[in-house]
Ligand binder design. Structure first.
Ligand code: XMP
Length: 171
């Protein structure tokens, strides 16, 4: 298998800096907690928060619906062993990719039920033409065509996460 570069490293860096600046402006003076969805958004989290120049906490939640090469979502399993206390916090939920929208929509509900003051969403990538659940991300890095992508945290069968760019996996 090979990977064709779709979004180069420098473009991701620049876009996350922009988004981080927007987040900082929008949340100045607010009790912000950025909650990243493991595992795919780890690298985006690390890069985004270094551009969010206002005090904030970070937290993690694990959600999985994809197993290996699966292309359709199965039941979403939320594991919040690592999840932070979000009561009375303004939460920004960060995911790697918005595909059908099921993951993000379920997690927004979940975090709201945990007593968050507000819940908004950020995604690094949004796939065109795949969404089945109506949710609009508040911050979006890039829209991409309907292809299976890897790199910059995104995996195929737990591999390729380390690539510094986002690429399309060619079988
Ligand atoms: P939904 O359909 O719930 O899916 O919006 C979001 C989750 O699906 C995974 N996903 C991908 N992972 N390459 C990946 O490595 C892809 O092209 C892809 N499309 C969806 C991902 O875990 C995301 O959080």
């Amino acid at each position: 298998m090979s990977v064709d570069v779709l979004i180069p490293e420098a473009a991701i860096r620049d876009r996350l800096r922009e988004l981080g600046g927007e987040v900082a402006r929008d949340y100045a003076g607010k009790p912000l907690t950025i909650v990243a969805v493991l595992t795919g958004s780890l690298i985006a989290l690390a890069d985004l928060i270094r551009a969010v120049d206002v005090p904030h906490r970070i937290g993690l939640v694990h959600a999985s619906s994809y197993r290996g090469a699966t292309t359709t979502a199965s039941t979403l399993v939320i594991n919040e062993t690592l999840a932070p206390d979000v009561a009375d916090r303004d939460v920004l939920l960060l995911d790697d990719i918005l595909d059908t929208g099921q993951t993000l929509a379920a997690l927004v509900d979940h975090i709201a039920q945990r007593g968050a003051k507000s819940v908004r969403t950020a995604v690094l990538l949004r796939k065109i033409g795949r969404q089945t659940v109506p949710i609009e991300p508040d911050y979006c890095g890039f829209t991409i065509p309907d292809a299976f992508v890897v790199g910059y945290g995104l995996d195929y069968d737990d591999d390729y996460r380390h690539l510094p760019y986002v690429g399309v996996l060619k079988t």
